[in-house]
Design a protein around this ligand. Structure first.
Ligand SMILES: [Zn+2]
Length: 108
């Protein structure tokens, strides 16, 4: 037991919120047979993909990973920016209609 502030700091360093997080996001295969809509709020990019075509091309990836891949494939120059001036490509949930997964349900 210690009241040493340095030791306390060490403990809280482990409480990184992303440290224990697991992927609960849906995967591409959850959207098989459907359309994937994406849009970017910063550039005019708005595209529709066929989930089956994507699956055949890149395999079953997490939707979180997929969005980055799509942005890169479309050549958005802001994809790898770490600042606020980052590509804003995201799934167009409205255009995709029905939502999948608990996380999406919360957005309703
Ligand atoms: Zn963009």
């Amino acid at each position: 037991m210690t009241n040493d502030p340095a030791a306390k700091k060490k403990q809280t360093a482990h409480r990184n919120p992303t440290f224990h997080r697991q992927y609960t996001l849906p995967y591409l295969s959850d959207y098989a047979g459907r359309k994937i809509w994406v849009k970017c709020g910063k550039c005019p990019l708005r595209k529709r993909y066929d989930a089956n075509t994507l699956l055949a091309k890149i395999g079953d990836v997490c939707m979180h990973e997929l969005i980055g891949r799509l942005a890169r494939a479309e050549g958005c120059p802001k994809v790898d920016n770490i600042s606020a001036d980052r590509c804003n490509l995201h799934y167009d949930i409205k255009a995709m209609g029905e939502l999948i997964g608990d996380q999406n349900r919360q957005l309703r």
